[in-house]
Design a protein. Structure first.
Length: 70
């Protein structure tokens, strides 16, 4: 079997070590301060919360619950 040379990035890792993969602290919500995956914004780009501090509901259910207010 023929010897195949290592790929350049493998040789680099063997020589210099692995590059740091720590990209910094986990993102936090500007509203509640919890670590989050998604930050939600309104149509103007203003942050309104994350998956921890925003609730969602079905639009039809919300409409039925708020008929008296209209």
């Amino acid at each position: 079997m023929q010897d195949l040379p290592d790929a350049p990035w493998i040789r680099e890792a063997e020589t210099y070590g692995m590059p740091p993969y720590d990209v910094g602290p986990d993102p936090v919500c500007p509203i509640c301060g919890k670590e989050c995956e998604m930050i939600y914004m309104d149509q103007n780009g203003t942050e309104v919360g994350c998956e921890h501090c925003i609730r969602t509901t079905d639009a039809w259910i919300w409409q039925d619950e708020h008929k008296e207010e209209q």
